[in-house]
Ligand binder design. Structure first.
Ligand SMILES: Nc1ncnc2c1ncn2[C@@H]1O[C@H](COP(=O)(O)OP(=O)(O)OP(=O)(O)O)[C@@H](O)[C@H]1O
Ligand SMILES: [Mg+2]
Length: 259
């Protein structure tokens, strides 16, 4: 199962959701890989902590290798790092991804990530792909490589307005490049049940027939501590309300797809 977590809008919870769902998947014994395509590297730091500063092999090396063709290239697994958590591996981001982007685009490397994931598909039960807040080479590569797409939604009016063009973009990539891609659903994040506007917005989405997933994820300051300690919620505080919501969301997705 390959899931991409995508929303062109920044700060809606892509990295937080990617890492927490992946951590639960690994915690439950599934061989899990997180691919961090965002040059900001937030998921990489969240899962690997300060080890990010000394990494030799990252996604920048992986993509750079596709531009400098060699007869004996490194295997995809050489760009994967074990996290401190059992069964959880990471293909780390690197700031150089930013400057590689134009070259990768002009040299038509858009299928390289999918090819690499095909190569290692027997090694992982679940792959989670975090993307940058843009529709660019990396997000397109991810949408081509994945078979399911999760869309975090932060109950904000701008996000609400951007949702249909976002869904059109996903549909276009599906039509042109990846018939297997399914929109798994919208993940409502930072939900405040006592405020009337988020409730109204989510009800509108449901009324319009959009696939809104349950449960909604609460807003909690504990997430900051989780980021700061580089410990996903399931490891930091498994009994916390938000941890349990992440588990319920993970399990409902897993039940639907069998992984
Ligand atoms: N459920 C939550 N409760 C409280 N804060 C949250 C929650 N989810 C995310 N946040 C906070 O919102 C901010 C953005 O989250 P995150 O980095 O996961 O979003 P993102 O979509 O990956 O951002 P970007 O587009 O910049 O990559 C972070 O500061 C994070 O701590
Ligand atoms: Mg992010």
């Amino acid at each position: 199962m390959r899931r991409v977590v995508f929303n062109q809008k920044g700060g809606v919870g892509k990295s937080t959701i990617t890492c927490n769902l992946a951590a639960i998947s690994a915690y439950q014994g599934k061989r899990t890989l997180v691919i961090d395509l965002d040059p900001q590297g937030n998921s990489t730091r969240y899962l690997l902590g300060n080890a990010v500063d000394t990494l030799d092999n990252t996604l920048a090396g992986f993509f750079d290798q596709t531009l400098n063709f060699k007869l004996n290239p490194k295997a995809t697994e050489d760009f994967i790092v074990q996290s401190p958590f059992d069964k959880l591996h990471v293909m780390p981001s690197h700031p150089l991804l930013e400057e590689l982007q134009t070259k990768l685009e002009s040299r038509y490397k858009i299928y390289k990530l999918r090819d690499a994931l095909d190569e290692i598909s027997a090694d992982y039960d679940c792959v989670f792909i975090d993307t940058p807040p843009a529709l660019n080479f990396y997000t397109r590569s991810a949408l081509i490589a994945a078979n399911a797409c999760l869309i975090p939604f932060d109950c904000d009016d701008f996000s609400r307005r951007a949702l249909y063009s976002l869904l059109e973009n996903v549909e276009e990539i599906k039509t042109d490049h990846n018939r297997d891609l399914q929109v798994e659903g919208i993940v409502v994040n930072q939900y405040q049940p006592r405020a009337s506007l988020p409730q109204k917005m989510v009800q509108e989405l449901i009324g319009e027939g959009l696939p809104v997933l349950q449960p909604y994820l609460s807003s909690s300051v504990k997430i900051r501590e989780s980021h700061e300690q580089s410990k996903p919620m399931i490891h930091l505080d498994p009994k916390h309300k938000l941890s349990q919501e992440f588990v319920a969301l993970h399990d409902s997705l897993a039940r639907r797809y069998g992984v």
